[in-house]
Design a protein. Structure first.
Length: 600
């Protein structure tokens, strides 16, 4: 026994001989000398301040966010703080932030990033966002979080700057691609991450090749049409979390739109995804006040609409069941309801593509002649009246570029300052237009593509010059102004022309779906159930073209409305009954509720 002990001592002795410990005793000697002389002693107030400073810097718990004391210019919402804590403590820095539109996913990502930087775990960061949002992200990170993010402009910035915000298209393009793939990132943040749902795209492959330690994917719609989209997104975030694709398919998928073993799938989702809903009790929003404004077309406008409708019906009978032809034909009717300029451009393009000896060419020219006789726009006149009545900032949404340009000119003629905002603008111009609207112009005229991702809390009046047929796109428009940070009730004005397809669509959206009263979660569920076979937009197009009269059209809309009402009742009565996707997302969300006022 003694021999074993000696051997053990011999084994550790070389290690002890090489360890040198140094003790700093200067403070003790200084204290001892002062005690002998009874001073001098430091001021008690300074001691108290030093003590409080040390106490304030103590970290009592790993779960406690250190970043909150470093962002005095921002007061995060409780759900945003909870999200940051969960990503930090449970998800280890890899998460899908899937909050509904307007709940501040950018704030959550900023909190998480700031926390990791303060803890010394993150230094090199890449943030990939739509080109139109690059400067907005940089401004928010700089001003709200004190994070020195920069917008990528030159090649050298990838390596020299620690925190870079760039568009996906720029990062994956030569010569930037090789530089970015050659770097190691402590954190990768991707906004609008649902655009990565297809693993065959170059975007998906590019993100797969990026070297990153922590990763945040931001999207309000992590799954839209196929459960494979959700699988791809989670595999990108955390490879292997849902197993291989074959394993995922056999374990969790009945059909591409219908999940199975939902309880197990929900458990796996909750490990990588956080979803807060607008209806959460902890999230307070101002009211929505909706005003539907029916308009009567002038005789000339009505004649054009009827002429286009007859033309469309005739072409539909010739086209048969070709879906692309169906949708393009209905677009003509929708454009007439918007502006003569919108339908004029489409008709001229059709005229150029039609053979010279075709009888269709003559019919198109008759419609062009009708357009030339129209001297006014009933909707535009109502817009001027509303803008003057509101006497405050207004955003006007239109589906068509031609209508946007017409409105810009019309507003200018009436001495109303307005700026455009659309998808074709480059990053700098979009940011400039937004600053002009915020500080100088009264009106922003935006197209659908231009409305993605912009925050307009400083404005609380919105005019839908024409309505999309997809209710989710209407909700996304409203989400630009009705979001966290909005201090006023939001007033929404829906324009619709009587006796046209617009009247039917507004009736469906407002009276049948009651979409302005629904929160997004409920709207999602209803649309999922409704669109089992085809999208609402395609269904409406076929209904409009196949109807034999206005009465027939109204009957079909009423039938569709009853189907939607039935679905809504089922959703309300059986919240646990699974829909294709919403039940999965709702597993990490709170209970539904809402607040809206509707004016006739």
């Amino acid at each position: 026994m003694q021999t074993q002990t000696n051997e053990r001592k011999e084994h550790v002795r070389p290690f002890n001989e090489h360890v040198q410990l140094h003790f700093d005793r200067d403070w003790f000697e200084e204290l001892h000398a002062r005690a002998l002389r009874n001073g001098p002693w430091d001021d008690w107030t300074l001691y108290q301040l030093a003590y409080e400073a040390e106490q304030a810097s103590l970290i009592n718990s790993f779960d406690e966010l250190q970043c909150l004391v470093h962002i005095p210019q921002l007061t995060p919402m409780p759900h945003q703080i909870d999200t940051a804590k969960k990503v930090l403590t449970e998800m280890r820095g890899r998460a899908i932030l899937a909050d509904e539109v307007g709940l501040g996913k950018t704030i959550e990502a900023g909190l998480i990033l700031k926390e990791y930087i303060i803890r010394g775990l993150v230094k090199k960061v890449l943030i990939l966002v739509p080109a139109s949002l690059v400067l907005q992200w940089v401004r928010e990170l700089n001003q709200k979080f004190g994070i020195p993010a920069v917008a990528q402009k030159k090649e050298y910035m990838w390596e020299q700057s620690d925190i870079v915000v760039a568009s996906m298209d720029t990062a994956k393009r030569d010569p930037h691609r090789d530089i970015v793939l050659g770097l190691e990132y402590d954190m990768l943040i991707i906004d609008e991450a649902h655009k990565l749902k297809n693993k065959k795209t170059t975007n998906y492959q590019f993100i797969t090749e990026l070297r990153k330690k922590y990763c945040l994917l931001l999207t309000a719609t992590p799954v839209q049409n196929d459960l494979k989209e959700l699988y791809n997104l989670i595999t990108l975030l955390k490879p292997g979390h849902l197993g291989g694709q074959g394993s995922f398919q056999s374990n969790f998928v009945v059909d591409k739109r219908i999940p199975k073993n939902e309880e197990q799938l929900q458990q796996e989702l909750s490990k990588v995804m956080i979803r807060n809903r607008r209806s959460d009790g902890n999230v307070s929003f101002t009211k929505r006040i909706v005003r539907n404004i029916p308009l009567t077309l002038s005789p000339d406008e009505k004649a054009l609409y009827e002429g286009v409708t007859d033309f469309v019906k005739g072409r539909y009978e010739e086209a048969g069941s070709d879906l692309s032809s169906v949708l393009s034909l209905v677009t003509l009717q929708r454009e007439v309801c918007s502006s003569r300029d919108a339908v004029f451009i489409t008709l001229v393009n059709m005229f150029k593509k039609t053979a010279e000896d075709s009888p269709v060419r003559a019919k198109i020219w008759e419609l062009v002649e009708l357009i030339r006789g129209i001297k006014a726009n009933t909707k535009a006149e109502k817009v001027i009246e509303l803008v003057k009545e509101i006497n405050d900032k207004v955003i006007i949404f239109t589906e068509y570029r031609a209508s946007q340009e017409y409105l810009m000119q019309y507003l200018k003629e009436h001495k109303i300052t307005a700026v455009p905002y659309r998808g074709g603008m480059n990053r700098g111009k979009k940011d400039w237009m937004m600053d002009l609207f915020r500080n100088r112009a009264q009106v922003l005229v935006a197209t659908e593509a231009g409305g993605e991702g912009i925050n307009l809390q400083f404005c609380h009046h919105m005019i839908n010059f024409d309505l999309p047929w997809n209710p989710m796109r209407v909700e996304q428009r409203i989400g630009r102004v009705h979001r966290l940070g909005q201090q006023d009730d939001v007033k929404i004005y829906n324009l619709s022309t009587q006796g046209t397809i617009e009247e039917y669509i507004l009736s469906l959206l407002h009276e049948k779906i009651n979409m302005f009263e629904l929160v997004i979660g409920e709207l999602d569920t209803i649309l999922e159930r409704l669109e089992q076979t085809q999208s609402l937009e395609n269904h409406l197009a076929r209904m409009i073209l196949s109807s034999r009269s206005e009465d027939d059209m109204r009957r079909q809309i009423d039938d569709l409305g009853r189907s939607i009402s039935s679905i809504r009742s089922e959703v309300g009565q059986s919240a646990q009954e699974p829909s294709r996707f919403s039940s999965l997302l709702d597993s990490v969300a709170g209970p539904p509720a809402g607040q809206v006022e509707v004016s006739p």
